[in-house]
Design a protein around this ligand. Structure first.
Ligand SMILES: Nc1ncnc2c1ncn2[C@@H]1O[C@H](COP(=O)(O)OP(=O)(O)OP(=O)(O)O)[C@@H](O)[C@H]1O
Length: 460
């Protein structure tokens, strides 16, 4: 009597499995079914002809529009190939050996492999965690997972409770420099909440928020801090020229950095002594004065105030608050910087602080910077010091950024769990000359009068 029920059960199970296979491997299933149908209807030669035409069509498509061919064809094929040859065959063993599967009272609890998507440079693999598991357990095994699945590295993202997405990285999409876009002349296009300073690894624009935010950029010498700094200035240029934004700079390295385009700045000081501290205190006093005027009137600076948004760029913050030998100056600088970072948000003051060496004195200010950018760093501890605890475990390995890719950085914004990897525009010396000319008022030469030019030509 039970036999018909068992048969129905087996049939339903088979159908579910077949549907799952069709959903997980649509290209393979469609290609195999169509090929079989063609072979059965017309025989072998038309099938071979159709296959050759398909391959030729693929080449033409790739030649005409490579990105769309990759997205719609190649990455789908790659997804199915990697799922079938890497993730499915090794999943169970890797889960068991890396202690991510658990056996309880004879029953095995094993994380479930869900959707796989290959994007060429990375595979996105969704995983359903077993009960009582936390993302930190996966983060602690990133290296094991990367090696097990033949990837260069692995990152862990939480999508929703119990659902994770693992990024298995195969190559670096940011290995090539990103050229700066053309200088804009339209100041209304400058969005202070989204200044585009480069490209993220997923191909989107890398944006930084200046309005209502303070920015800390840290990287060893040669990591490309200059490119982040000049990318910001490049994008702000139309607003600076129109008087909407005011740039103020302090370059304790004697003008090595900001001296490359002083025309962009309303005021600039090239040392870390009394002049620099006086400028910081002046800005801090302005912050307090504007804040008291805005109190109860507005919560955030807006263009309609008619007052310029001020961006203070300090090229080596540690020179002011750590290396300055005069204790009094050091303390005055620290107090002023604390005032600007903690109260500057509403009255329209943003501090962009660049640092080579994230020492204790600088890191104690870290919480005042809502956006933190870690370019190449030397040690893993420095990454924690800059981006905060636990961010490196989520994949932000700034100490692993290659020396050959200056400008590549990890970005952590307050309120956003996942760090982002991006590369700043490569602002060359020629670009800085162009930027300088952009700010230099045009010189108007009088046309020589007819008589003078006549004399000139006679003399010639
Ligand atoms: N985004 C970028 N893309 C490509 N190359 C870059 C980028 N940024 C910087 N570089 C190159 O890397 C080198 C070092 O850059 P940069 O001087 O900006 O580093 P830095 O961190 O400011 O160094 P320092 O602390 O010594 O001033 C330069 O040769 C520059 O051309």
């Amino acid at each position: 009597m039970a036999a018909p029920f068992a048969l129905v059960g087996v049939a339903v199970w088979l159908i579910v499995r077949l549907v799952l296979v069709a959903v997980r491997y649509p290209v393979t299933v469609l290609a195999s079914v169509s090929a079989y149908w063609m072979y059965a209807t017309w025989g072998l030669s038309p099938l071979v002809l159709a296959l050759l035409s398909l391959v030729a069509g693929g080449f033409v498509w790739a030649g005409l529009d490579l990105p769309s061919f990759l997205r719609h064809v190649w990455y789908r094929v790659l997804t199915e190939w990697r799922r079938a040859t890497i993730y499915v065959p090794q999943w169970r063993t890797v889960m068991r050996l890396s202690d991510l599967a658990k056996v309880q009272r004879g029953k095995e609890y094993r994380p479930r492999l869900r959707r796989v998507r290959s994007e060429g440079w990375r595979d996105r693999v969704r995983v359903r965690m077993i009960p009582a598991q936390s993302p930190e357990q996966w983060e602690a095994r990133r290296e094991n997972l990367a090696h097990s699945f033949n990837a260069r590295s692995c990152r862990v993202r939480v999508l929703r409770p119990r659902l994770l997405e693992l990024d298995f990285i195969h190559s670096d999409p940011l290995s090539r420099p990103v050229p700066v876009p053309a200088l804009s002349v339209d100041e209304s296009a400058v969005n202070l909440k989204k200044i585009v300073v480069g490209l993220t690894e997923t191909g989107r624009a890398w944006t930084l928020r200046l309005l209502g935010s303070q920015l800390l950029v840290v990287g060893v010498p040669g990591a490309g801090k200059g490119s982040v700094l000049w990318s910001i200035v490049w994008q702000l240029a139309p607003a600076v020229r129109a008087g909407l934004v005011r740039l103020v700079g302090i370059d304790p390295k004697g003008g090595m950095e900001l001296g490359q385009c002083p025309e962009a700045f309303d005021r600039v000081v090239y040392d870390n002594g009394p002049d620099a501290v006086a400028l910081l205190e002046e800005i801090a006093a302005e912050v307090k004065e504007r804040a008291s005027r805005y109190r109860g009137v507005r919560r955030l600076w807006a263009r309609s105030t008619g007052e310029p948004f001020t961006v203070l760029i300090v090229d080596e913050l540690a020179d002011l608050i750590a290396y300055q030998p005069d204790k009094q100056l050091r303390e005055r600088a620290s107090r002023a910087i604390q005032t600007i970072t903690s109260q500057g948000r509403a009255p329209g003051y943003a501090l962009v602080g660049l640092v080579q060496d994230p020492r204790k004195e600088v890191v104690s200010f870290r919480h005042l910077f809502s956006t933190r950018v870690a370019l190449r760093l030397d040690e893993p501890q420095q990454v924690d010091m800059v981006l905060g605890d636990g961010v490196r475990q989520r994949g932000a390995a700034a100490h692993e950024i290659s020396e050959n890719t200056p400008g590549v950085a990890w970005l952590k914004t307050d309120g956003q769990r996942e760090p982002e990897r991006a590369r700043a525009f490569h602002v060359t010396d020629a670009d800085l000359v162009e930027l300088g000319l952009y700010f230099t008022p045009a010189t108007v030469h009088d046309f020589a009068s007819k008589r003078t030019s006549g004399e000139g030509s006679a003399a010639a």
